[in-house]
Design a protein around this ligand. Structure first.
Ligand code: MG
Length: 286
């Protein structure tokens, strides 16, 4: 790859495309991210009312991102994706962050792309026949009525992946471990990543759907390994070198997110991580 001589097994992964630079989870943003020389695209999926797998981080329309058909920002959180048909969803523009929003202030370099729509997963998988994708299943055990069930979302996602002939170049991940667990039981050919962040570890009884860290001596990598996980995808800020070593001893690959500074990328690479998810692929050390 032209971007670096540092080779990581899971590579440099663009978060929602490259959220720091281009509108997240859009065809336009993914194209631009690919041009930066990333190894994989990380994206999020949910299901519409009519069962279409679409690429969106949010369970519903996000007023920091979404404008209606007249170009007006939503006055507040909008409908859940599962309550909107694919056709209705196409009327919304997601190509520009709302001026003045706190969310917008996090991404001062993001270039707008007016007219961008929430894409289908099928469209995105067609962008590049060789590209790898890390696909996050967006269900939330706190809001079971806002999405399809974890199993139904996983099955619908994999139906699209299979139709694209892409099963060998995707990894599936979720904070809600019920989805990956369902896939582990039904699809041995799909590689799984188990997402964690401090809040989901603290409320593991909810997010992990049964096991809790104390079942594993407080070790998150051991909990992932017990699920038969291939990849542990932790929030990076609290990640330690010892935890990475422990994960490797358990046979796991470690894929931290969302690492947006070169110094942090260097530190993690020095500690032996197997990939990096970032909003800023342009900051990857060369
Ligand atoms: Mg994600």
């Amino acid at each position: 790859m032209p971007h670096s001589n540092i080779v990581l097994p899971l590579g440099l992964q663009g978060h929602r495309g490259a959220r720091g630079l281009f509108p997240e989870n859009t065809i336009e943003g993914f194209r631009a991210a690919l041009a930066l020389g990333i190894d994989a695209i990380e994206l999020d999926v949910g299901l519409t009312a009519d069962g279409v797998a679409v690429v969106s981080h949010d369970l519903g329309l996000n007023p920091d991102i979404v404008r209606d058909a007249t170009g007006v920002w939503l006055p507040g959180p909008g409908s859940a994706l599962r309550d909107l048909t694919w056709e209705a969803l196409q009327t919304f523009d997601v190509g520009r962050l709302r001026p003045g929003a706190a969310y917008t202030a996090q991404f001062p370099l993001q270039q707008p792309c007016d007219g961008a729509r929430i894409p289908t997963l099928a469209e995105v998988l067609r962008l590049d026949a060789a590209m790898r994708f890390t696909i996050e299943l967006k269900t939330d055990p706190r809001f079971p009525d806002r999405t399809a069930s974890p199993a139904d979302l996983a099955d619908a996602t994999l139906a699209v992946v299979d139709a694209a002939g892409a099963a060998s170049r995707i990894d599936l991940e979720s904070f809600d471990w019920r989805g990956p667990r369902h896939v582990r039981r039904t699809r041995a050919d799909i590689r799984l990543a188990w997402l964690t962040r401090p809040e989901t570890v603290r409320d593991a009884h909810l997010w992990w759907g049964g096991p809790v860290p104390s079942d594993f001596g407080g070790s998150v990598p051991r909990a992932v390994a017990a699920e038969g996980g291939a990849i542990w995808a932790p929030e990076y800020a609290a990640l330690t070198q010892d935890e990475i070593a422990e994960a490797h001893d358990l046979g796991l690959l470690v894929l931290p997110w969302t690492v947006n500074e070169t110094a942090a990328m260097r530190r993690l690479i020095g500690w032996g991580v197997d990939g990096i998810i970032t909003d800023r692929p342009d900051l990857y050390p060369r």
